[in-house]
Design a binder for this molecule. Structure first.
Ligand SMILES: C[S@@+](CC[C@H](N)C(=O)[O-])C[C@H]1O[C@@H](n2cnc3c(N)ncnc32)[C@H](O)[C@@H]1O
Length: 963
């Protein structure tokens, strides 16, 4: 038990032991704050004196007194409380006023004397000794630290390798396919019937793949022969005689004889040791879906081998232009074919087949959805046709603008489909090089067909090239999700007491956005007095996010939170709505953590962005090529940006733009969609909602700006604010650099803009050979609005057809079906925003006519009845292009994905010149921490001559190629 009256907290003497007045040096020894009435017991005093004696001797002998062989001073400081305290010194143990033991007193005096006598020279010497002692100790510590750092690095590296191996193993795992589930859609009443079926097995009669051997035929053999022409069925007969080595006289079963070459004879049965490879010359039974099986054999070429994708059937391109699937048993091999099978086919299909076989197994096809209305060729005219069915590589179209019902199966890669035809002519057209990404593909947005690349892989499952399961390959993950811990000293909500909320509710938490650089945005409120919890109601099967405010109030929706922030805001310290999220699936504490040794650069923006963007590379030693990192767009010398105030008008709101109907900026955003009620069905959901954007507004968003009356915290200011997302630039295995989010990103969150140098389109075109467009994006806002308008009209046609009946016949046969592309001219200077809007409202063209094929072939420009936006623009100027090759920001590193998780939005902020939107990226869905952010470049495959770019996005819907 310690003697609580002695200055030594660990005193082991008897509590009744005699006490002496403690000197200051003794208090120092025991780390006790000196007071004149301090006491020390004899034993402790002795310990002190012995220590000081030893110190003194070392000091005198010129030895360092910091040597660690000497006892360490105790470090715990416990103050004795005042006299009223329980621990106060008892009256019966009054401090002794007697002198200590004379021997000790002598020692004490001699110690003081020694110190006095020798203090000067010895002190000097001691200082030197202590200094060198400390230096050597420091060196030891530094060496130790280095050793520990090395060890930590090695551990990090080992962990990194472990992750790699773990993910590699994961991605190499072989999965067994579940039985396939087929969904049969009942077209008549739109009720989908879901049936399960097991995978179709290999047909019994289908031989293995292998070397195809053609045996010789001889007199007396049964054969099929081309009795009439390539367009007509081949007839069964018998070889009557051999005219030469290659010619035979055939006696047909239906009468008549003909001398035929080997190439016009086919074997009588389907027995073959091997499957027929693609490009084999065959005859096959042609089956018209509308009629019965004809049982007649027509000549053609194998286009696809039997695979699971096509239900183990062969795709046959018939010489007469039809395309159909056929089972092995319904196909016969032609006895001989030319080294180049295209020499044997009818000239009708020769060109097509040549290209097909050259590119096989990669094929461009149109991706359809049922009920889409498309343009397809029929009887040398472009006709509107509705998609009725899709069967592997074939699409069944029902032609709409002909009186008699007519459906036809067409190969999805045929240029009888307008989309492919147009793609081909535009890629042959050297005038217009496709340089940049198309910021918005109206076709996809409006669920119109688009072109994809399809490849038949070895396992028989048609997968798009390089298909993987996830957008971000696990190897590229290289990190783990950790949960962020909010420091314990952060303010916490007070217990709720009834009160009226005011700025006092938040004042005490001292919120200051400038201090949040290193915080993930959704954790900011949690550092400043808020807590967020997810409540689960088992009964209602409901999960709900609740924020508790610093004053203890519980808030469960965005409206209430907005009102709370408004009431409690003080000066500029108001929290914004994008710091909060009420979606249970988003976890503000999720953080993607990567091994530190792969961080190559701490901040690619070198302090330009509010949030630093680290650079991570675990694949190789590369760092990104140097670019000038910019925060605002730049202009090339020949671009004169018109930042005139007439291009920018602001609102006069004094209510912080709360009443959207009164705010002229919100109204500008609303105005565009009003013209397209069929596309923007829910008018109220257009544009930002509490600083998030849930759906693209093709007609643009107009933010409040420098000319506005409202505060910086108004809800119509999003893209103009500093970047808040926590991003990382990382090296992917196949796509170069990419960007990922380190924190959960809620749907609709603004991510960043895409910045570069504004150049004229012409200027960018001139550079095409050097810079084909890798870091270019056309500011094609006006183009897109035009396309939407065209799309809107086709959309109306589509709905009308569906609403009326299946038996649609056009009432306007003589009206021309004008493809929007054919009437487009270059756009340039735009007069004024308001006249654009007016113009959009007044325009209502009809596009359900018919276009003669010949017109399209000659690329005749057809005058449109449509008053185009383009007519307002100066023909010479053209649109602008953003070039981020040399100067740019993080936006230049986003890769493409066929299944994107971010989208592009045109936003007008510093000018209302419609050629100069800010290209901005938003989250398309909730994006978990660690996920790569990728958008759809909307490149048109095959549109850049001699440029093929395979897509490695790895998504399930991957189209295989970027270009
Ligand atoms: C705008 S840059 C994106 C950043 C680029 N990865 C880098 O390293 O700087 C576009 C280029 O990235 C590559 N890329 C983007 N997405 C890709 C994808 N899905 N598959 C393959 N390459 C891709 C292509 O080389 C493309 O030309």
């Amino acid at each position: 038990m310690s003697n609580r009256r002695c200055i030594n907290n660990n005193c082991q003497s008897n509590p009744k032991a005699k006490l002496f007045v403690a000197q200051q040096s003794m208090c120092n020894y025991y780390n006790f704050e000196y007071r004149p009435d301090c006491q020390v017991c004899e034993a402790c005093m002795r310990e002190c004196i012995i220590y000081f004696d030893m110190i003194g001797r070392r000091f005198k002998n010129g030895e360092c007194i910091l040597d660690d062989r000497y006892p360490k001073k105790p470090t715990i400081v416990i103050e004795l409380s005042g006299s009223n305290d329980d621990n106060a010194i008892d009256n019966d143990t009054e401090p002794s006023t007697e002198n200590p033991n004379p021997q000790i007193a002598e020692l004490s005096t001699s110690l003081s004397k020694i110190i006095q006598d020798t203090v000067e020279p010895l002190f000097k010497r001691q200082t030197e000794l202590c200094e060198s002692y400390l230096i050597s100790e420091k060196a030891k510590l530094v060496a130790g630290k280095e050793q520990i750092d090395n060890l930590v690095d090695q551990v990090d590296l080992a962990i990194g390798k472990l992750y790699n191996n773990l993910y590699k193993f994961d991605s190499q795992r072989k999965f067994k396919y579940d039985p396939e589930i087929s969904i049969y859609e009942n077209l008549d009443d739109d009720v989908p019937i879901v049936l399960t079926k097991t995978l179709p097995g290999l047909p019994d009669d289908l031989p293995e793949e292998g070397l195809l051997i053609r045996h010789l035929v001889k007199v007396g053999d049964k054969v099929y022969g081309m009795k009439h022409s390539q367009m007509q069925p081949w007839i069964e007969g018998t070889i009557k005689s051999a005219v030469s080595d290659t010619y035979f006289n055939i006696l047909f079963d239906d009468g008549g004889e003909k001398v035929l070459n080997y190439k016009n004879l086919a074997y009588i049965d389907a027995t073959s040791h091997a499957q027929y490879p693609v490009g084999s010359r065959v005859i096959a039974k042609f089956q018209d879906m509308n009629i019965q099986l004809t049982d007649k054999f027509y000549v053609g070429v194998i286009g696809e081998p039997p695979k699971k994708y096509n239900n183990f059937r062969y795709l046959i391109f018939f010489d007469d232009g039809w395309t159909q699937y056929a089972y092995h048993k319904n196909i016969r091999l032609v006895c001989v074919e030319s080294p180049n099978v295209c020499d044997d086919v009818h000239e009708n299909i020769r060109r097509f087949l040549k290209t097909y076989l050259r590119n096989y197994p990669e094929r461009l096809m149109v991706k359809f959805n049922k009920k889409q209305v498309v343009r397809a060729e029929r009887n040398n005219a472009w006709c509107a046709a509705k998609v009725k069915n899709i069967d592997a590589s074939l699409v069944q179209l029902k032609f709409l603008d002909i009186k008699v019902e007519c459906t036809e199966w067409i190969y999805r890669g045929s240029n009888r489909l307008f989309l492919l035809y147009y793609n081909e002519i535009s890629s042959n057209n050297q005038d217009k090089a496709v340089r940049g990404t198309k910021l918005t593909d109206v076709n996809k947005l409006l669920n119109r067909p688009y072109i994809e690349t399809v490849n038949l892989t070895e396992n028989g499952k048609s997968v798009n090239i390089d298909n993987r399961d996830n957008t971000q390959k696990p190897q590229e993950n290289n990190g783990v999700i950790k949960s962020i811990e909010i420091p314990a000293n952060c303010p916490k909500p007070l217990p709720y007491k009834h009160h009226e909320c005011s700025h006092f509710c938040m004042l005490w938490v001292h919120y200051d956005y400038s201090q949040t650089k290193c915080m993930n945005v959704l954790t900011i409120p949690l550092h400043y007095g808020f807590t967020r919890s997810v409540l689960t109601d088992e009964k209602l099967k409901l999960r709900k996010v609740i924020y508790t405010t610093p004053c203890g109030l519980n808030i469960d929706d965005e409206n209430k939170m907005y009102n709370y922030l408004k009431l409690t805001s003080y000066g500029h310290s108001q929290m914004t709505m994008d710091l909060f999220n009420f979606d249970c699936l988003v976890n503000p504490l999720s953080s993607f953590s990567v091994p530190k040794e792969f961080i190559r650069i701490q901040d690619i923006s070198y302090g330009i962005e509010f949030k630093s963007i680290s650079v991570f590379n675990s694949v190789n030693d590369l760092v990104p090529d140097h670019i000038k990192y910019i925060k605002e767009r730049m202009t090339s010398p020949n671009v004169n940006l018109n930042m005139d105030s007439k291009f920018l008008c602001g609102c006069n709101c004094i209510d912080n733009c709360e009443d959207k109907n009164k705010c002229s900026c919100w109204q500008l955003t609303y105005e565009g969609p009003k013209n397209y009620p069929e596309i923007f069905k829910d008018h109220d959901s257009v544009g930002y909602s509490f600083k998030r954007l849930h759906k693209q507004v093709i007609t643009g968003i107009f933010e409040c700006n420098a000319n506005c009356n409202c505060k910086k915290t108004c809800l119509n200011r999003v893209v103009q604010e500093p970047m808040k997302a926590s991003l990382q630039l990382f090296f992917t295995e196949k796509k170069g650099w990419g960007v990922r989010t380190l924190a959960d990103l809620p749907k609709g969150s603004f991510i960043c803009t895409f910045l570069g140098v504004v150049r004229t389109e012409k200027d960018a075109d001139n550079d095409f050979s050097l810079n084909w467009g890798e870091y270019l994006a056309d500011l094609d806002f006006l183009d897109t609005v035009e396309e939407v308008k065209d799309g809107y009209e086709s959309y109306v046609v589509q709905t009308e057809i569906e609403d009326e009946s299946e038996d649609y016949t056009s009432s306007s046969d003589d009206e021309e079906f004008i493809p929007s592309w054919a009437i487009k001219s270059k756009m340039s200077m735009f007069e004024s925003r308001m006249s654009l809007r007016k113009n959009l409202q007044n325009t209502n063209t009809k596009s359900d006519g018919k276009h003669e094929l010949s017109k399209l072939n000659t690329q005749q420009k057809v005058e449109s009845k449509n008053t185009s936006l383009l007519s307002y623009l100066d023909k010479d100027c053209g649109i602008f292009t953003m070039d981020a090759k040399v100067s740019g920001n993080i936006g230049r590193y986003f890769n493409h994905s066929c299944d994107p998780n971010i989208f592009v939005q045109n936003v007008f902020i510093d000018t209302h010149d419609l050629r100069l939107p800010w290209v901005s990226y938003f989250a398309l869905s909730n994006i978990p921490a660690g996920t790569e952010l990728a958008w759809d470049y909307n490149y048109i495959i095959g549109s850049v001559k001699n440029k093929i770019l395979m897509c490695h996005c790895g998504s399930k819907n991957c189209k295989g190629r970027l270009l």
